[in-house]
Design a protein around this ligand. Sequence first.
Ligand code: ADP
Ligand code: MG
Length: 320
Amino acid sequence: MIGEFDLIKSYFSNLQELSPGLALGIGDDAAVVDVPVGHQLVVATDTLVCGMHFPESLDPEYIAARTLLTNLSDLAAMGAEPRWFSLALTLPESNPDWLQRFSEGLARVARQYGCSLIGGDTTRGPLTVTITVHGVVPRGTALTRSGAKMGDRVFVTGSPGKGAAGLAAVLGQLEDLTADQHQQLVDYFVNPVPRLMLGSRLRAVASAAIDISDGLLADLGHICKLSGVGAELSLNALPLLKGAGGIGAEQLQQWALSGGDDYELCFTAPESAAEELAQIAKVTDTPVHHIGRIIEGSGVYCLDSNNKKVSTHSNGYSHF
Ligand code: ADP
Ligand code: MG
């Protein structure tokens, strides 16, 4: 059995040099960082609870990677650039193999996105992983949920529905998949791509943004509520997942609208930004799809191929 201090030293003290600005790292009562002049700190926390957000059998490499990736997605939605993160780890036991795999997953993502692990807390209890990420933005430029304006276009990146399809694959609920298709879907769930490059470039272009964790309808609903507007979505324009074996179109559409766990960005921008947006999508190599528009009123509704309003009942995932 490895003790708390050796555990931290062995598995978590080697990721402190991945970004600039760390004045004092792991080992003191708290970390000290230098925020670049003229910038603001952007802070987000996400917790993953075993049995709730991931099955117990999930490879610890994936548990670590996914927790950090979902946190980074929140920074992407704010237009922030990642710098540092802290890790609060609650473990039922200190199992060296498990910790080794976990720290490898953490290191992979931390290195990929240049985000340093600068502290945390380690406790015993039911497996729970909490990460707090810290990013930076030039003062006053963070993207928010509250800036959508009437007439703005609504966009989404990638293919929403991936997260739900991936979870179904992780849980072994999908049949008729080749091994490659299965792995691809599992990957959507365990390695969501935080849209950081796009997010930071949207600071100058988007009027509002959110990352899709509860489902497209619910999360666009959050933008609408905070912006005091409504939105209409064209079902035809939804970029549904392709190559997902025998999964029917109706299921894919339902997952796209209310599945959640996608970690794609949904954002709004004025029509006049179309050209700049196309350019940004190209340089960041991000698929960006125009799926609707902001209208007067409140709430989100969908239009079918005849431009008729359709009722969509599910409002995404709610924890309580
Ligand atoms: P305290 O008792 O003052 O809260 P701890 O013993 O919890 O201090 O932590 C000692 C040091 O180790 C701190 O700098 C803390 O940030 C760091 N630390 C603890 N757990 C982790 C972890 N899981 N990952 C990274 N750093 C950690
Ligand atoms: Mg502590």
